[in-house]
Design a protein around this ligand. Structure first.
Ligand SMILES: N[C@@H](CCC(=O)N[C@@H](CS)C(=O)NCC(=O)O)C(=O)O
Length: 201
């Protein structure tokens, strides 16, 4: 198989997830760091949406991150989401929820970053945070029941928690002992994957 290349930015939770899932699946890949805020031609040539991550092989460019997971899962004959239909559904749902939280967190960051202070909509920020907060409560109840065997969905969850730590440190952890415990266990189980977590460049 042709060598894979993943275009990423260091702070992106979606790009972190794509790289981590590729590593989790045992794929070798090259990483190309991109600054999507300047929409470089190298990015637009492979993704007209101008977003990272993009996975590139000899034949095609794959985006968005959920499709990258699906693509890598198919190449691994289903090893990333799990064997049984139930396992696969649990993993895919966890990925969908984690990605949805990242969408809200990113929108929250952008609302504050791109607008003049007097134009920032507090009701929009509250709406985004409500979605995040409800999702974290559901995950707090869910993680104790997750299997120890790691799945792509669990990798997506770990990336989402790392993005919370990066942008909302001190604002989400209260009342979340199970999530914090789960995160610690993930890090102990797979220290090799932690290099890819979103971080300030
Ligand atoms: N749903 C997409 C979201 C990707 C995304 O929003 N990427 C951000 C970085 S976190 C980006 O590239 N933004 C640049 C832009 O929107 O112009 C995915 O899962 O890949």
């Amino acid at each position: 198989m042709a060598r894979l290349k993943i275009l990423y930015s260091p702070t992106s939770p979606f790009a972190a997830k794509a790289r981590m899932i590729a590593a989790f699946g045992g794929f070798s890949f090259d990483q190309v760091m991109i600054d999507p805020s300047v929409q470089p031609s190298e990015l637009l040539e492979v993704n007209p949406l101008g977003k990272v991550p993009v996975l590139v092989n000899d034949e095609d460019a794959v985006f968005d991150s959920r499709l990258i997971t699906t693509y890598l899962d198919e190449l691994s004959v289903g090893a990333l989401h799990g064997d049984s239909p139930v396992e696969r559904f649990v993993s895919q749902k966890l990925e969908a929820l984690s990605d949805g939280v990242c969408d809200c967190l990113l929108a929250h960051v952008m609302e504050r970053r791109l607008r003049e202070p007097e134009q920032i909509s507090q009701s929009l920020l509250d709406r985004y945070w409500g979605k995040v907060s409800r999702s974290l409560s559901l995950l707090e109840d869910t993680v104790p029941g997750l299997p120890r065997k790691m799945s792509a969905g669990q990798v997506a969850l770990r990336c989402m928690l790392a993005y919370l730590d990066l942008r909302f440190s001190g604002e989400w952890e209260q009342g979340k002992p199970e999530l914090l415990r789960w995160q610690k266990q993930f890090d102990a189980d797979r220290p090799d994957l932690l290099n890819y977590l979103p971080r300030q460049s």
